[in-house]
Design a protein around this ligand. Sequence first.
Ligand code: NAP
Length: 314
Amino acid sequence: MALIGVGLIGSSIARAARSQGTVSEIVATARSTATRRRVAELGLADQVVESNAAAVAGADLVIVCVPVGACGEVAVEIGPHLAPGAIVSDVGSVKAAVLRDMAPHLPAGVHFVPAHPVAGTENSGPDAGFAALFVGRWCILTPPEDTDNAAVGKLAAFWRALGANVETMPAAHHDLVLAITSHLPHLIAYTIVATADELAEVTRSEVLKFSAGGFRDFTRIAASDPTMWRDVFLANKDAVLEMLGTFNEDLSRIARAVRRGDGEALFEHFTRTRAIRRNIVQIGQDSPAPDFGRPHPDLPVEPLPRPYAASDEG
Ligand code: NAP
């Protein structure tokens, strides 16, 4: 397996594939010398090489784990060096743009099966990954219609071996669904944290002090990697704007209920959203445990198991 990009997602794939014995050899590369050195120090791969082209030579499975905006240039670099019959995949949080940017540069005889593991944290880099990241999470495959079924089946089996549930859907549908479940929530978190920061000095210090009132959860999401999220919003512009339009209409309705003191409308709205949260817990996509946040270092509180402690995704 060749891994191009060994940050949070790439290093988690390396750790999980190693611990499950899913692949016989891992060859990895990253853009900077510093990251490549760190990957070697952590022992995440059997070989760490200097170029994307060198990484894919002879690989049966190539997984591109770089920001969405860099996928096209990576495809240009690796295209001529791919082995016939190789499966090429990625982990990008947007699928139609990755398909558009990568597919034209991949030679015939190579199977391109784009994928998105819907799992992650707000941390980046090779130290941030962990083997259990994908356990119980979804991995969405978005193969073009004419993709070889056997290649899709092999990649699905790979992700299942890492603990993920696998679903297949068209890239455009993926982008619409993720716009509301992931991209819009990140946009809202980035906005609310910046808005609070722009408030008057006195309020700002109190915003930090009393952050456990809800603000804290937004700050964690808003700490996510700026490059990754810039690329997501550039690549999924249409779906995000569509969902943002609907959100703005709903926000105006709620604002009107607040202004008019319409307690019945507010209560009805919050009852509906509470039921949605309970459904998410029921289908195992989050823990029912109350979220106290990160424990104070002096308190004898055990942190939650890793997949539950930080389960946002891109
Ligand atoms: P990350 O921790 O920042 O790691 C990105 C990696 O890509 C780094 O190793 C970086 O190398 C490398 N890279 C960047 N440009 C490159 C290039 N042109 N050639 C080779 N390597 C390059 O990012 P991540 O969180 O793992 O995200 C990677 C992908 O996964 C993104 O497409 C993102 O949309 C997707 N994703 C993320 C999450 C999440 O929650 N984070 C969840 C699901 C999917 P350097 O360190 O040397 O710069």
